[in-house]
Write a protein that binds this ligand. Sequence first.
Ligand code: AHM
Ligand code: MG
Length: 341
Amino acid sequence: MSSTPLPGRISLSRFLIEQQREKGHLNADLRLLIEVVARACKRISIAVGKGALGGALGSAGTQNVQGETQKKLDVVSNELLLEANEWGGHLAALASEEMDDPHPIPHRYPKGEYLLVFDPLDGSSNIDVNISVGTIFSVLRCPDGIKDPDESSFLQPGTRQVAAGYAVYGSSTVLVLTLGDGVHQFTLDREYGDFPLTQSDLRIPEDTSEFAINMSNMRHWEAPMRRYIDELLAGRTGPRGRDFNMRWVASMVADVHRILTRGGIFIYPRDLKDPSKPGKLRLMYEANPMAMIVEQAGGAATTGLERILDVQPTALHQRVPVFLGSKNEVERVTAYHREAA
Ligand code: AHM
Ligand code: MG
């Protein structure tokens, strides 16, 4: 059975062309970049959707730079994003969670003005159990005068991102995008192979009664973290005077997507399990793009002490604590951390 395109259906391509023409939010190179990333996400979605039939479940038997075991689909997704992006002439270099160093554009191709940073398959511990995973990406400008970008070219605060987005490979595949003027959602139409716009200007409610955190780490948390969660758990008779619900998918893309859809707060704090690590999530390809999206949707995103987008990166694979989502809750837990600092 085939379906008829919805009247007034706006494809991702048309949306980008209109943004370029009417608002000047992007140029032809950035438009190409976003379209190429979306095309790679479509291919990753197909690979994820094949599950066991694609022969790509399970471990690849290798480790990434952070010592994490790579899944076969981590490696496949990384390669799909590299292959799709390196020849188009829109990028100066790429960097990925799965690669130690930035990936240069091969000499046989022209170079462009943008840097692309990505987590090719976020939440990959969920692949083998058929739970949503996703791709997160961030776009920066290559600093002026740099012909061969290295790690230092990428170390720009999140405020310099020109675009950020993610795809969730769930019951449907959605692509969420910001160009710095609101957040827009596109849904993969598997029959037509395009991404029509399905929601524009997503907004995160300022208040929420839902939180997302890995509670199994509670014994390792610092005092302000315990204070905040203890208050939520105390429910109606506690200081917050209402009950709070908890959700934890263990795929940041899926947890953040829920927050964009109905509000909530997502937290991955620093903990004392491994004091050498300031949190689990990575600044450049997880925290920064998600912080830009969340702020663009009216939410807030901090490290517990400062705005994530203001953090000056010192290393490509740097980790940070992450508090993001409904503004009033993020501000409250941030205030608890600042009081204790
Ligand atoms: P990954 O990029 O290697 O998949 O790791 C990041 C993921 C996030 O998606 C998620 O929020 C977190 O790790 C889950 O951590 P935990 O295993 O502590 O629940
Ligand atoms: Mg990740």
